[in-house]
Design a protein around this ligand. Structure first.
Ligand code: AMP
Length: 327
């Protein structure tokens, strides 16, 4: 079945709401990744192209490393008066960037994370989608007569899919994902340029890559971990925002089934970037002030003792996984 053949009630409600409102303000999560920006600004560009008379804003802070994708808009509090607010790619209300999302008249959530907070009147949540960008592209494909795609929107949505699937490598990549990506590629942007922009690293991150591979601790259970302190990051001239490209690295090593990259923040708390090739890790993340997908989650550890606790839990998950795999 093609993605376009699955028009849902939620998709119809969202299109009705879009038709009704003159002002639409789109938010997404803090610490954005390519899927957050791709789904947010990809939707904004799709709607601008389809409804040129509407005022459409994308808001939130944008890290320098994603500025090649898009720019954010400035919306005044008064712009929220009688506005439709759409939040993309954000499961938990506490992670929405820019807390003015409640100032609008109606709130819609579009997300691919397993359902967590129900915070909007209309929620379209599809955990089977590889990315929120894939969902926005499917929204277009569901209403091709009314929604008009262009190269700029397609580029953003394609970037979001490539980002969240790690270039179509992860399990969440389905035949539908490939069909949807193909429809986007037909819109006339340079996919090789986007791929290049998404995968290129600077020489400082290249050195951090070497450090991570050199210092990663791999346990017999298949659990692997590394702590990146503020001191280490500043030695490489990097910040937390630069760590995304080293996150997939441990998964390329034979025998590693789940891993954590623990990044110390300026306030001393550790951001835990957790990934897995098998054992489900979002339960573990939820026990440590986090959440996410079964195989890609995030959490927060208040100190090294909590990191050791998380590693012990990862070790147990890895050992159980090994045991089941050998049965
Ligand atoms: P990250 O390592 O920050 O790229 O996060 C991986 C996944 O976990 C993403 O899908 C996030 O949405 C989710 N995630 C990260 N941090 C948190 C958090 N503190 N609470 C809930 N979900 C999170």
């Amino acid at each position: 079945m093609k993605p376009s053949e699955k028009v849902t009630q939620a998709q119809r409600e969202i299109l009705d709401a879009v038709r009704t409102y003159d002002t639409i303000i789109i938010h997404r999560h803090i610490r954005p990744d390519p899927d957050a920006i791709g789904s947010q600004v990809g939707l904004a560009e799709l709607l601008k192209n389809s409804f040129p008379a509407k005022r459409i804003y994308s808001v939130g802070s944008l890290p320098d490393n994603l500025s090649f994708l898009a720019e954010m808009n400035h919306a005044e509090p008064s712009d929220y008066h009688n506005a439709l607010v759409i939040v993309t790619d954000t499961a938990n209300e506490g992670r929405i960037d820019d807390n003015r999302y409640r100032l609008g008249q109606r709130l819609i959530k579009i997300d691919h994370h397993p359902g967590e907070d129900a915070y909007a009147e209309t929620e379209w949540v599809d955990p089977s989608a590889s990315s929120c960008s894939e969902m926005i592209a499917n929204f277009w494909l569901a209403f091709p007569e009314e929604l008009k795609m262009n190269a700029q929107a397609a580029r953003l949505l394609y970037a979001g899919i490539v980002g969240d699937t790690n270039r179509f490598l992860y399990d969440a990549t389905s035949p539908d994902t490939m069909r949807t990506a193909a429809s986007l590629m037909e819109q006339g942007f340079s996919h090789t340029e986007v791929n290049h922009q998404l995968t290129q690293i600077n020489s400082k991150v290249a050195k951090l890559t070497g450090y991570v591979l050199e210092n990663l601790e791999i346990r017999p259970s298949g659990a692997a971990q590394i702590v990146l302190t503020q001191e280490t990051l500043s030695r490489f001239g990097l910040t937390d925002a630069d760590t995304h490209s080293v996150v997939p690295l441990p998964g390329t090593i034979e025998g590693v089934t789940l891993w954590g990259i623990f990044v110390e923040q300026e306030d001393g708390v550790f951001r835990c970037r957790l990934r897995s090739k098998g054992p489900v890790i979002n339960g573990l993340a939820a026990r440590h002030d986090g959440g996410g997908h079964p195989l890609a989650s995030g959490a927060n550890a208040k100190d090294l003792a909590e990191i050791h606790q998380i590693i012990a839990e990862m070790d147990e998950l890895g050992a159980n996984w090994q045991e089941r795999s050998t049965q």
